[in-house]
Design a protein around this ligand. Structure first.
Ligand code: F0G
Length: 457
């Protein structure tokens, strides 16, 4: 067997990358007030800001674009997407939305509200925001291992089921609007959830009559881990593994911008007709008619095809191994990386990388800026810039960890792009003691990381 796992595709269309020098990037970054979110994308060489909506579509998906039926009602593209979602999930009621958070808004807005509680392995930011916006409370109960970045434990995305039982006893089953498993657990380092854990959560929920929802945007990547790490699944296909997990829940929200390999789209799918009708009413008011939601016919064609392609064993094998390849190279160089490496991204512990930069000076922001300056690489701080709060004296309450996420777009970059990222880290290792932190000069009241401005300390 070969030791190199190659990209299982040929490149038919290319998008030119504009190269730049460190000198030029210094000016660009200053103009963007040291916030990579404010950089025009053409000033970026390798964009690892997100894996969401950044996939390269296949020739089959692009040819589906031409076949898109743009009828207002009953478009053939809708029936194709509906049947692809039903076949995969087994859920009879499918509601198309323009992206994942719109599906969250439909469901959690409907079942949430003051006094209601949601429990998840970890709520993604938009999930939490939709829940809290409805007046409800969101509680995260990941397993203990998820709090230890250096533990090599498998399935660190699991939910702590003892805590789940205790929370049900504390709040009363009637007040729990839903239990959510995010697979894989994005905010917890892209770590997978085991089938055993999903089965246990399902059992507890059905014993108490609580709605169990999957946030399924990376369920194909999650299935890879179950097949290779969990006993009893060696001979089960990735798609069958996903189908089994869907069968344990009462419904799912999905951002198709991840594992449906498209640039825009999402859906909500449910087992219960009454709940589906309630959500459909809001869908028609806020997104669009029931047979397109927020989508064009061509988007629905691409989603139907993407949901098939993503379970291709060669694709998934390449996907998980190529992300792990970057993680492994960085670990070999002594860069502090969250273990094990997740499916869609490599997470770096910036506090450990720059121990001399105090959290009040945002070590994650410093690392994100250095990666851009030295390599034109754009990535995302997931630390106190994103999650920090202030106490009554205006002192920073830092986030639990100061992470930087290198998210890998699907089918976009080759191994040599990734080797270039590794080389950039080699450059960063030299002289890292001289790197200084940042102070915030402007910030909006909510979601400050998107638009905040910084200056060097
Ligand atoms: N759930 C999870 C687990 C996500 O990672 C995201 C998006 C969403 C829901 C919302 O989906 O963007 O289509 O509205 N994650 C992106 C990211 C933004 O960069 O991780 P959306």
């Amino acid at each position: 067997m070969h030791k190199t796992i190659i990209e299982p595709f040929r490149i038919k269309v290319v998008e030119q990358i504009k190269m730049s020098t460190e000198e030029e990037r210094k000016t660009y970054l200053e103009k963007a007030s040291y916030n990579p979110f404010l950089l025009p994308s053409e000033e970026v060489i390798i964009d690892l800001l997100t894996d969401s909506g950044t996939s390269a579509m296949s020739a089959n998906q692009w040819s589906g674009i031409m076949k898109g039926d743009e009828s207002y009602a009953g478009a053939s593209s809708w029936f194709r997407m509906e049947s692809a979602v039903k076949d995969l999930t087994g859920y009879p009621y499918v509601l198309p939305t323009h992206q994942g958070r719109a599906a969250e808004h439909l469901l959690y807005g409907r079942i949430g509200g003051p006094g209601k509680v949601f429990i998840a392995n970890t709520h993604f930011d938009t999930t939490r925001a939709n829940i809290e916006y409805s007046g409800a409370t969101a509680i995260d109960i990941p397993v203990e291992a998820s709090r230890h970045p250096d533990w090599e434990t498998h399935f660190k995305g699991n939910m702590d089921t003892d805590k789940l039982k205790a929370l049900i006893a504390e709040h009363g089953a009637e007040n729990i609007a839903a239990v959510i498993l995010t697979v894989t657990n994005n905010s917890g380092g892209g770590q997978p959830v085991s089938m055993e854990n999903a089965r246990e959560v399902s059992k507890i929920c059905s014993e108490h009559g609580i709605l169990f929802i999957l946030d399924a945007c990376r369920i194909a990547e999650n299935s890879w881990y179950i097949k290779h790490w969990e006993k009893g699944y060696e001979l089960t296909s990735y798609r069958e593994i996903a189908q089994e997990m869907f069968s344990l829940a009462d419904g799912c929200v999905m951002s198709a911008k991840k594992d449906a390999l498209v640039n825009m789209g999402g859906f909500l799918a449910l087992k219960d007709l009454d709940l589906a009708i309630q959500c459909r009413t809001v869908l028609i008011i806020t997104e669009g008619f029931a047979t397109y939601g927020g989508l064009s016919g061509r988007d629905m064609e691409a989603i139907a095809t993407g949901l098939e392609e993503v379970f291709d064993p060669d694709y998934l094998n390449y996907r998980i191994h190529s992300t792990a390849y970057l993680g492994k190279k960085l670990i070999e160089m002594g860069i502090p990386v969250i273990h094990p490496v997740g499916g869609h991204a490599v997470y770096i512990d910036a506090k450990a990388f720059y121990p001399h930069i105090p959290v009040e000076q945002y070590p994650g922001q410093a690392l994100a800026c250095e990666l851009y300056l030295k390599g034109g690489i754009r990535c995302c701080e997931i630390g106190s810039v994103m999650f920090g709060k202030y106490d009554e004296n205006g002192k920073l309450i830092p986030a639990a960890m100061e992470l930087v996420r290198l998210a890998i777009p699907r089918r976009v970059y080759t191994q040599s792009h990734i080797d270039y990222v590794v080389e950039t880290f080699e450059m960063l290792l030299k002289g890292r003691e001289q790197v200084r932190g940042f102070r915030i000069t402007y910030e909006p009241p909510f979601l400050r990381h998107f638009t905040a401005k910084f200056e060097r300390v």
